[in-house]
Design a protein around this ligand. Structure first.
Ligand code: SF4
Ligand code: SF4
Length: 277
């Protein structure tokens, strides 16, 4: 579907969105209103409701609303007031990969806080399951606002949600259980290289895949590349190679590592001594 023909599709595209978004700098400061109202209709509750004068004064009742993002606080009053459900409150100011989208929702029942729903694109297509983090009613407004937690790169793409079917909820629960089991299994495999967090299972997988030297395993897993340079993991890896029938540990090259090869006290360093040691 082309986004370039707003007149035909009624969907906001890059051109329309370029007229209603703040600058990168302004986005970092806090929540802001995205007013996706692109048709000159006789309507003005948004501009009347904003006590911060953040929506520029209308020349007449058909004017398009434009936000002064230096004044907008993201209070969401306008979003709850707008009869066209055209206003969304986006917050991407917090560190991390996630932000929030507050959107007007006029159906019943409302979702519950903590519930997982399916996020929808502007076209109404499924995007991904997301969490409802708040439901609120702005004072004096009739339309409830539902807040979704979204990846920041989807904050301008998602504009709705739907409830999950029973089958989807069951599948989601199964996926979550499977992820938890996988996490637990990886935790249950002992850590061999504590510096780089490499597990015994990873070492065994590499040996099974054809790695037959400490050096090969080191390059593929990073085991032995941390601050201790393999002082704890080298012997274990050699033992695993022997266990797999790949020679004896005393005959195996230990792989390369940066000095010192063993523990050195400050006293020994101060005294100097044999550099080979
Ligand atoms: S979010 Fe609040 S401050 Fe921003 S335009 Fe709407 S009413 Fe005004
Ligand atoms: S209240 Fe909503 S529909 Fe009316 S002009 Fe403002 S943004 Fe557009």
């Amino acid at each position: 579907m082309s986004y370039d023909k707003f007149e035909q599709t009624g969907l906001a595209g890059p051109h329309e969105m370029s007229t209603c978004l703040p600058s990168e700098e302004q986005r970092k400061k806090g929540p802001y209103a995205v007013i996706e109202c692109f048709e000159e209709i006789p309507c003005n509750p948004c501009v009347m409701s904003c006590t911060f004068d953040a929506i520029l004064p209308f020349e007449d009742v058909n004017s398009l609303p434009l936000v002064d993002f230096d004044k907008c606080t993201g209070c969401a009053v306008c979003a709850g007031i707008c009869p066209g459900l055209a206003i969304f409150i986006v917050d991407e100011s917090k560190p991390g990969d996630f932000g929030t989208l507050r959107l007007p929702y006029e159906y019943w029942p409302l979702p519950e806080k903590g519930q997982t729903v399916m996020a929808l694109s502007r076209e109404g297509g499924d995007v991904e399951p997301v969490e409802v983090v708040a439901i609120s009613n702005v004072k004096g407004a009739r339309t409830p606002l539902v807040t979704l937690r979204l990846p920041k790169d989807k904050l301008q793409d998602i504009r709705g949600f739907r409830f999950l079917s029973e089958e989807e909820q069951a599948a989601l629960k199964d996926d979550t259980e499977a992820e938890k089991t996988a996490d637990i299994e990886s935790l249950e495999s002992p850590i061999v290289c504590r510096c780089e967090g490499v597990t015994l299972a990873e070492i065994r997988d590499l040996i099974a895949a054809g790695c037959h030297t400490v050096e090969e395993i080191k390059h593929l897993s990073r085991a032995g590349m941390g601050p201790c340079q393999g002082r704890t993991c080298r012997q274990i890896i050699m033992g695993e190679l022997m266990r797999a029938g790949i020679g004896k540990t005393e005959d195996m090259p230990p792989g390369s590592f940066r000095p010192p090869g063993g523990t050195v006290t400050l006293g020994q360093l101060a005294e100097g001594g044999d550099s080979d040691a």
